[in-house]
Design a protein around this ligand. Sequence first.
Ligand SMILES: *[C@@H]1O[C@H](CO)[C@@H](O)[C@H](O)[C@H]1NC(C)=O
Ligand SMILES: *[C@@H]1O[C@H](CO)[C@@H](O)[C@H](O)[C@H]1NC(C)=O
Ligand SMILES: *[C@@H]1O[C@H](CO)[C@@H](O)[C@H](O)[C@H]1NC(C)=O
Ligand SMILES: *[C@@H]1O[C@H](CO)[C@@H](O)[C@H](O)[C@H]1NC(C)=O
Ligand SMILES: *[C@@H]1O[C@H](CO)[C@@H](O)[C@H](O)[C@H]1NC(C)=O
Ligand SMILES: *[C@@H]1O[C@H](CO)[C@@H](O)[C@H](O)[C@H]1NC(C)=O
Length: 719
Amino acid sequence: MRALSLLLALYSLAEAVSVGQRQKVVQSFNVRRTKSSDTTPLQVGNGNFAFGADVTGLQTFKPYAIMSTWGWHNFSLPTTPGQTSVEDYTGLQIWTHGRLVPYEVPNPAQSEISNWLRENPHRLNLAKVGFSFDRPNVTEDDLQHKAQELDLWSGKLSSSFVYDGCPVQVETWADPDSDTIALSVKSKLLRRGLGLSFDFPYPDNQKFNAPFVGHFNLTSKHSTSLERLSANSASIKHKLDETVYYTYVSWKGHGNIDGPAEGTHHYTFTTTQPTIQLTVTFSPNPSPQPQSPTTYTRITAASRTWWQAFWAAGAFIDLTSVRNDPRARSLQQRIILSQYLTAVNSASSAPPQESGLVNNGWHGKFHLEMALWHTLPFARWGRPALLRRSQPSTYRALLPSSRARAARQGYAGARWGKMTDPQTGRSAPGDINALLIWQQPHAMYFAETEWRWACDATGDGGGGGGRDREAVLARWDEVVSASADFMASYAFWNASTGVYDLGPPLYPVSENTSPNATRNPTFELAYWRFGLDVAVKWRERMGREAPGEWVRVRDGLAPLPVVDGTYAVYEGIEGMWTSNATTNDHPAMAGIYGLLPPPASGKPLDLEVLRKTAAKIKELWALDYSYGWDFAMLAMNSLRLGDPEQAVEYLLHPIYQFDDAGYPVGGSRVPTPYFPNSASLLIATAMMAGGWDGSEGKTGHWPKSWEKDVQVDGFTPAL
Ligand SMILES: *[C@@H]1O[C@H](CO)[C@@H](O)[C@H](O)[C@H]1NC(C)=O
Ligand SMILES: *[C@@H]1O[C@H](CO)[C@@H](O)[C@H](O)[C@H]1NC(C)=O
Ligand SMILES: *[C@@H]1O[C@H](CO)[C@@H](O)[C@H](O)[C@H]1NC(C)=O
Ligand SMILES: *[C@@H]1O[C@H](CO)[C@@H](O)[C@H](O)[C@H]1NC(C)=O
Ligand SMILES: *[C@@H]1O[C@H](CO)[C@@H](O)[C@H](O)[C@H]1NC(C)=O
Ligand SMILES: *[C@@H]1O[C@H](CO)[C@@H](O)[C@H](O)[C@H]1NC(C)=O
C-alpha cells in the first residue's frame, strides 16, 4: 500500500521542469557586483575547498579566504605544569541523578588546557592570491568600470575592470575534483607591471574570524620557501609550527615567480604574455605535482560539467510562473542561491562549520547538532551523494571516542560530542557543548532519510529487490545501534513518577535554560521517541530483534509537558508565556511537528495543543533575536498545521536575511554567513514541494494564489 501511495505521490508531484527551463531560472539569479562587499566574497568551490574573491576576481583588496577540509593548525600546548598535554585535561564532575559524572566542561583549575582544547586545532586560511600593480598602495577606487558576474550554471566567476586606461579581464574557476583554482587573466598590462601576488597568513585564537581569517603581518611566526619545479611551475612550501602544506602554481607559456620579498611571505608572478592561464593547487602532499594534470582547460570543462549535472539532476522548484506576488521571486532567489552556496561550502567530507569555507566561526570547527540542518538538504533535493560525502563516515570516525565518552560517564553506546573537528574528533570543552543532547538522534534521521532514498531510487517503494536498501541498512547499523544504546541508558527511570526522564542536567535546543532545572524538554522527548522508533524499525528491517531496553525506554518516556494548553519548553518551567526569559532563543516546541514527523508510537500529538503553541509563539516569541533556522522550523510547523501562507511569511521574515549574493546574514549573535539558515530554507521548501508522509495527494502546501503556477520536479515526501 505504502509502495503504491509513494509512487503515486512521486508521479503527481513530478511535473518535470526541463533542463532548458532550469538553466533559464538558475542563470536569472547569477550574482552581479560592481564593487567588493565588505562582508562576503563571491566564491567558487567544491564543498571541500573554496576560494573567496573580491571584485577583481581574486583577493586583491579584500583578503577573503581560501579554505579546505584538511587545512588545520595547532598553537603550541600550554607550559603550565599539570596542563601540558591533552591527557592532563580532566573536565569536571557534575551530580547527575545521584552520582558524579565527568563532563567535558572547562575546568577552572585547568583553564589553560581547557582553552587550548577549545581553540585547537583551528581551520586555516591557506593563502591570498591577488593582483600586484605597477605601484604600491593602489586601492579599489583606482579601478574603473568594475563588473563581475558569477555564473551559477557553470561555476565561472568573470570579473573585469579598467586600470590606468587599460582593461583587465579575469576568469576564476574551481576544480570539482581537487583543491585547485584555475585563473585566466587577459590584459596588455601584464606586460607593463601587472602581476599576481601570493601571500600567506598566520592564524589567531579568536573564536570568530570574520570577514577575514588570519594575519599577514605576523611574518616571523611562520616560514615559506619557493621551489621552481619547471619552466612552467613552482611550489611554495608554507610551514606554520607543525603544519606544512604546499601551493603548486603552474601556467601555460612564459612566466616567472619571485619571492619572498624581504621580511614578508609575498611572492609575485609575472609574465610577458597578454593572456595567461594558471592553476593553483593547495595540498598537504609534498609530492612535486598533483596526480592528474590540472590544466586550465580541463578544470573549466570539469566545472561546467559538474554544475550542469548538479542543476539538471537534482530536484527543482520553479516559481517563475507565479505572477502578482513578489514574494515568489524572493523565495526563488533564496532557493537558487542557497543551493549554490551550500554545495560550495557544506558538501564536504566532514560536516561543515556554520560559516562554511567563507570564514571561521568557533575556530573552524563543526557542531554535530547542526550537521542535520547542513547536510539533510542534499538528500531532500535529490543529491544523496553529497550527503554521503560526510555520512555516515563522520559518525563512524567519531564512534570510538563517543563510545569512550559514554563509558566514562557510565552509559552504554556512543554519546556524540558537539563542537568538534575532523582531525582529532574531540568534543571541545564547553558548558553547552557537554550538556546538549539533541544531536544524539540525528543519526536516525539521516539513516531513515537514506533508507527512504534507496527505496524510492529502486522504484519499488519498499517491496522486493533492493541491494541499495541492504547497503543502507548495513552502512548505518552500527551507528544507529550505538546511538540507541546510549539514548536508552541515558534516560533516567524516575521511580516516583514511573516514567523515563531526560535530564537534569541538560541544555535543550534553546541553550538559555538553567541546566540543573531542565527536565523533560518537549523537543528532546519527541526526538528520543523518534530515534528509538527508527532504531527498532531498523532491527525489524534487518530481521533481528530490537533490545528490550530500547522499547522499554521508548514506551516509558515522560509525556510531553503541557502548560496552559501549549507544549512547554520543558517540564515545570516557570512563567512559560508570562516571562520574556522563556520566550526567546530557539522555539523548538514547533520542531516536534515540523522538523519531526508525528510520533510513530505512543500517544498521538494533540492538534489543538500544537495549534495553540504555534499561535503563542507567533504572538509572544522574541523572534527579533531568533536565528534564521528558527523561521524554517516554524515554517515547517505551519505547513503541517495547514497554513502555507504563514510558512511563506516565516521564510521571508525580515530577520531571516540573505545578502545580494545569497549569503545568510548571521544577525546579532553570529557573524555572516550562517549557513544553517540556507540549509534549513532548503529543507522547508523541499517540504512545500514534496509534501510529507500522509500529505500525499493533497494540495495546499503553497499559498492558494500560487498553487496552479508552481512547478516542482523530483521531490519525495518528508518524513
Ligand atoms: C593538532 O594536535 C592534535 C593532537 O592534540 C593532533 O591530533 C592533530 O593532528 C594536530 N593538528 C595539526 C594540524 O597539527
Ligand atoms: C548545577 O549544579 C552544580 C552542582 O552539581 C553546580 O556546581 C552548578 O553551578 C549548577 N549550575 C547552575 C547553572 O546552576
Ligand atoms: C603606501 O602606504 C604606506 C602605508 O600607508 C606608506 O607608508 C607608504 O609610504 C606608501 N607608499 C607610497 C609609495 O605611497
Ligand atoms: C596586523 O594585521 C591585523 C589584521 O590582520 C591588524 O588588526 C593589526 O593592527 C596589524 N598589526 C600591525 C602591527 O600592523
Ligand atoms: C521525578 O520527577 C519529579 C517530577 O518531575 C521530580 O520532581 C523528581 O525530582 C524526580 N525524581 C528524581 C529522583 O529525579
Ligand atoms: C525582558 O524584559 C526586561 C524588562 O522589561 C527587559 O529589560 C529585557 O531586556 C527583556 N529581555 C528580552 C530578552 O527581551
